[in-house]
Design a protein around this ligand. Sequence first.
Ligand code: FAD
Length: 478
Amino acid sequence: MDEILSCSLQNSQKTVTVIGAGVAGMSAACSLAEAGFRVQLVERRGYLGGRASSYLHSGVNEVIDNCQHVLFGCCTNLIGFYRRIGVAERIHWTSEMTMIEPGGRRSALGPFRLGPFTLPAPLHGAPSFLNAKAFLFADKLALGRAMRAMLKPEAFIDTRESLGDWLRRHKQTEGAINRFWRLVIASALNSEIDSIAVPYAAKVIRELFMNSAQAGSMGMSTVPLSELYAGVTPFLAERGGSVLLNTFVEGASWDEETSQWLICTRTGELISDYVILALPFEATQKLLPHLPAEEGTEKLSRQLERHEHWPICSVHLWFDREITGLEHAVLLDREIHWMYNQSRLQGRDDHYIELVISANRAFAALSREAAIEQALRELAEFFPRVKDAKLEKVALVKEMHATFGVPPGIDSARPAAVSPWPNLFLAGDWVQTGWPSTMESAARSGHLAAEALGLAAEEPLTCLETDLKPQGLMRLIR
Ligand SMILES: Cc1cc2nc3c(=O)[nH]c(=O)nc-3n(C[C@H](O)[C@H](O)[C@H](O)COP(=O)(O)OP(=O)(O)OC[C@H]3O[C@@H](n4cnc5c(N)ncnc54)[C@H](O)[C@@H]3O)c2cc1C
């Protein structure tokens, strides 16, 4: 803290423009403002949050998230960002995951607890897993074998194997593949198993199921996502910064004489000592021809071309009565994967259920009517009360560019924060963070870009949050 305060005095004149106000841009902007830089955060839309935001949906006249966003205890940079802007207590945490089969049979996964007694990681989840009716004994054996093989991170260094091939090589059963790997892991990574690099799957396994109960606990916002960011504008303003909404950046040029950036927006020009581009990969790519030609631009362009989008759809349903008392559930063997009871999560007095369908291009291609009809039909297989309930209103949100994929070899297409240009840094969930396309990757990239900027400004900063340490027996595994 002392270190940060001392930076604060020395840096009071240095200006930073952060382009893009998603989680990456907001995290970078707030950590730099806290360190004393004068930050302007520039966003093309009229609100903050980027791909993790909420807005007034005119069709249902409700403020909805573009999709339910979950985080986990291991997301230390995202949690650090929430803490910085004072909203960490608005996240509701749970350790239990309920899996439901069509027909309604339930299995609860979560850490073992008997009064004060717990089991050391990675065994903390073993009793509920062994007890889960959703898996046959053969599935459990196969999953146990696979988890053991995924214990050591170095086992996967340099592998170019896909998760699909790895699962087949490790003789995973159909039940294990469909009900665990496809549903839980591939949907967390929002890709199909054959398009996932196995180290990313292993990372999810270790963080969510092995390292500790805390790392695997799941967090959900109790307010619409954009409300979480309401503190960002005052946070920056109190430190001499500002937020410029509805400001589309079209290009930038570097003035050698003044050592400053001139940033062209559709509404005017901005001048800044430093720039952080915190854009999605496709928006970064569009901006490249409008940045100075520098050695290294070509390479960056080739890296950007290798990224690919995956869609996520969500169906928002308002019923006239409660259809389940569960807060959330994983729905097995159907196209809809996750159910979130938004009325419970947000303490609302209506009956608002959100369904999430990830990594499913066929579902994303359905017409609105077909998608809603399928979602309702499937939901009734898990919660029979749906059949008697009246659907009052419904919204379908298709995010075709939700996340980028993490196929084998993708790491060489994820650049570091330092860019080919002077005093310009890259952030965004897609840069090199070691994390898949998530809010944590975005927050991490923002903190990494802030640190790289601090070095260039000769004011070293510590913005990256410490990772949670593995607990129990996991401490012994290297
Ligand atoms: C439907 C859906 C569900 C998801 N679920 C989860 C989840 O459960 N958990 C999780 O961790 N992650 C989830 N994600 C992924 C997560 O939302 C993203 O990884 C993260 O929000 C990316 O943040 P970012 O700041 O890198 O990019 P973005 O959020 O895309 O931010 C970039 C910003 O730049 C702005 N911009 C673009 N071009 C310009 C320009 N020329 N000038 C000015 N501004 C510009 C954009 O408007 C945007 O606000 C989900 C994503 C989607 C879409």
